[in-house]
Design a protein. Structure first.
Length: 293
């Protein structure tokens, strides 16, 4: 069952519903090292595909599912890096998909972009959704889906809901398929978890209070409303974000051999079937998980 109904989405995901048109102009104010995380995701795909040269990158032919694709921040980077892939962008907020489509048409042309990207309005937690349903969204002749990417989309879900999503991802991928998962995560250590949460909140408060001139230029008249946006983001962060620790077993009570939380990203991904899991990037709450089937 989908966690967020339409009315709840309007309130919880204000930036993806009524403010979708300004999302690209404000998103870097919400997350430290935002662009570095996205650059690292693309680099991980380069390693996975063995595609550091222009020729090798152009030879990569597969479909990639982008879960929570939003306005295409990650999708465009992958399409630029690997021009022969087909991107299947999925999001449960129609206004974000409309912004993505507008940008695709501007870059590739109205007639050409559907050959490069398919956009699908779906919630990965919908009842009855399965791998076959998602794969049927790909156009005829599209290459095999071999990788999944998701960025800043799953930290609103409980551990149980994430496990459902990870099992779906596992079913979608062939043997050797890859999940690259950039998001907000917590820590098993309560102390560091508190540091990371505080760092996230301070970044938003400082960024929206004093946006640099480049950001102010992009925002235009909306720059006058940064205080409102700041409060909305802080409320969203505190009320709707549910970051899960990545590690397990690092922090144990004194004198105890047990103490690993039942809910950690590593354990959830292993329960879903993934056999090789790593965390190649971490900066306070922001991180990337690399998981291979």
């Amino acid at each position: 069952m989908a966690r967020f109904l339409d009315q709840q989405k309007q309130m919880a995901f204000f930036y993806a519903e009524q403010d979708a048109a300004c999302y690209d102009d404000t998103v870097e104010l919400t997350q430290p090292s935002y662009w570095q995380l996205h650059d690292t995701i693309v680099d991980l795909f380069r390693y996975h595909f063995g595609a550091w040269t222009t020729e090798r990158a152009a030879a990569v032919r597969c479909s990639v599912l982008d879960v929570g694709c939003g306005t295409g921040v990650e999708g465009f980077r992958l399409l630029d890096a690997f021009p022969s892939i087909h991107l299947l962008g999925a999001d449960f907020c129609q206004p974000m998909l409309e912004q993505f489509e507008r940008k695709l048409a501007a870059k590739y042309g109205t007639a050409e972009w559907p050959s490069k990207c398919t956009l699908s309005l779906l919630d990965i937690l919908d009842d009855g959704l399965n791998a076959g349903t998602i794969l049927s969204s790909l156009p005829q002749g599209a290459p095999e889906l071999k990788a999944i990417v998701t960025a800043f989309a799953l930290h609103h879900y409980t551990a149980e809901e994430k496990l459902r999503a990870y099992r779906l991802f596992f079913d979608l991928l062939p043997a050797g398929g890859l999940l690259v998962y950039g998001d907000l995560f917590s820590y098993e250590s309560p102390t560091v978890a508190s540091y990371a949460q505080l760092h996230e909140e301070r970044w938003i408060l400082d960024s929206f209070s004093n946006p640099n001139e480049e950001v102010r230029g992009r925002l235009g008249e909306m720059a006058k409303n940064t205080e409102v946006l700041r409060e909305l983001w802080i409320e969203h962060l505190r009320r709707y974000n549910l970051p899960t620790p990545i590690e397990h077993g690092w922090t144990r009570p004194h004198g105890s051999s047990n103490g690993a939380p039942a809910e950690s990203e590593v354990l959830l991904l292993r329960s879903a079937g993934f056999v090789e899991i790593a965390c190649p990037y971490r900066y306070f709450q922001a991180g990337i998980i690399w998981a291979k089937k």
